[in-house]
Design a protein around this ligand. Structure first.
Ligand SMILES: Cc1cc2nc3c(=O)[nH]c(=O)nc-3n(C[C@H](O)[C@H](O)[C@H](O)COP(=O)(O)OP(=O)(O)OC[C@H]3O[C@@H](n4cnc5c(N)ncnc54)[C@H](O)[C@@H]3O)c2cc1C
Length: 417
């Protein structure tokens, strides 16, 4: 038994990291009568949670059938079965409903709080932590975790020591470090014998070479189709919501393909072609252009195109074709009219890179999944140590799947500690 000092406190469970995973674990452990300490280094809990979903928080995805939900996590899905059977989408919806926070569904099953505010999600968690008498210490940074006989000694950077029967590591990944997710947990876990897979950015916007995207910053296309080429060969196609930024592209369609794009950039040149009008056939677009050009020969090219696509897209699109939008359409040659039709179905952009972890929604990498018992979230290497949330090496698409992982792994750990 380690020597107790004045600044030593003793707990059943110590949860490190006050993000959604840590809060959920603390709530569930508290609900089972455990004496729980939740330690967070920021001045307050849930700093990242409060900026999720553009401040609206995409809490989960409406896929209550476990197998359907797990298919979204690809190879990691097979590890998560017993976790999600115990606490999946249904249990998450029920939990928030108990605190009078129903969800509303948006595109592709995304569920948001009906208040449209991440703060409401945060407030529910705060209320539940209080209800289950969880002791919260904020502004306290954990420096190291040591195994001390059958207990753990959690040492804080201010010299305090916490003795605890069980410890839950919920320190997050490395995306958006300014929110507190700086990857310290990986270091302790490696020291305790866990394998940590190197991180790379996984859900992150991309940058492109074309300057003209600058004027499109903030413009979104609710449904666009993206074809990804590497060294001239088509490698993938996907459809979804796309957002232009001042330096490139973002939105779920891009975020979900960013890992693949990053991998292809290692192989060579990556060009993406955007189909701005995916619901209209290429031949129909050409026919429509011809009909419009014939019906209104004196109308300016930019005004005619504004009838087919979002007006904001017209100038950059013409710039990419090096065509003057102020000329009447009767002066446009048939060859140039065809080029316009082609670009509407396949606007090319040269990818220059991915943004860094400071702009990422999630990072790939983390604790090797074979080293965790997913029925309990306990480490298979160190009994009494639990690992949850973004610390785990689980790739997932955007759409509420990240937060669902925190609710599921957090709740299961809290029920077994
Ligand atoms: C901009 C943005 C938007 C997002 N939107 C969505 C969305 O709408 N839907 C969705 O599903 N996912 C979203 N995500 C992803 C989601 O936010 C994360 O998956 C989730 O927050 C991970 O939760 P976590 O509890 O595992 O870790 P985190 O939320 O990263 O929390 C970890 C906590 O541990 C603390 N900590 C770290 N080290 C220490 C230490 N040494 N001592 C004490 N405390 C420490 C940190 O300060 C932090 O508060 C978004 C992410 C970003 C960046």
């Amino acid at each position: 038994m380690p020597k107790l000092t004045k600044s030593t406190s003793i707990w059943d469970v110590t949860v490190i990291g006050g993000g959604p995973a840590g809060m959920m674990a603390a709530i569930e452990a508290g609900a089972r009568g455990k004496r729980v300490l939740l330690i967070e280094k920021n001045a307050g809990l849930g700093k990242k949670l409060l900026i999720t979903g553009g401040g609206r928080c995409n809490v989960t995805n409406n896929k209550p059938v476990v197998r359907e939900m797990l298919s979204q996590y690809k190879e990691a899905g097979k590890f998560l079965f017993s976790t999600f059977m115990q606490y999946g989408v249904k249990e998450t919806i029920d939990f928030f409903a108990r605190y009078n926070l129903p969800f509303i569904e948006e595109n592709e099953g995304r569920l948001f709080p009906n208040t449209q505010k991440a703060e409401s999600v945060f407030n529910v968690l705060q209320q539940a932590l209080q209800e289950h008498a969880v002791t919260i210490q904020t502004g306290k940074k954990v420096a190291v975790i040591k195994k001390a006989g059958t207990q753990f000694s959690v040492e804080l950077s201010d010299g305090e020591q916490v003795l605890t029967q069980a410890v839950v590591v919920a320190t997050g990944g490395t995306a958006r470090p300014e929110t507190g997710s700086t990857g310290e947990g990986f270091q302790w876990l490696a020291e305790l014998g866990h394998t940590i897979h190197a991180g790379s950015t996984s859900l992150v916007p991309i940058t492109v070479a074309e300057d003209w995207v600058a004027v499109l910053g903030g413009v979104s296309l609710p449904e666009a189709t993206l074809s990804i080429y590497c060294n001239g060969t088509k490698r993938h196609k996907a459809t979804g919501k796309l957002l232009f930024t001042h330096i490139g592209l973002s939105g779920p369609l891009i975020l979900n393909q960013s890992k693949l794009i990053g991998d292809l950039l290692v192989e060579g040149d990556v060009v993406i072609k955007i189909d701005i009008t995916p619901t209209i056939d290429a031949s129909v677009i050409q026919a429509e252009l011809l009909a419009l050009f014939t019906a209104t020969p004196n109308k300016k090219l930019k005004n005619v195109l504004g009838e087919i696509i979002k007006p904001a897209l017209v100038t950059p699109l013409l710039q990419s074709l090096m065509l003057d939008g102020d000329v009447p359409v009767h002066s446009i040659t048939a060859a140039n009219r065809k080029r316009i039709g082609v670009v509407l179905k396949a606007l090319p952009l040269s990818v220059t890179g991915l943004l860094g972890p400071d702009k990422a929604v999630a990072t790939a990498g983390g604790v090797d999944l074979t080293e965790v018992d997913f029925k309990t979230m306990e480490s298979k290497i160190i009994p009494g140590l639990y690992i949850i949330g973004d610390v785990l090496d689980i790739n997932r698409p955007s759409g509420g799947y990240s937060l669902q992982l925190t609710w599921s792994t957090g709740a299961v750990a809290g029920r077994h500690v």
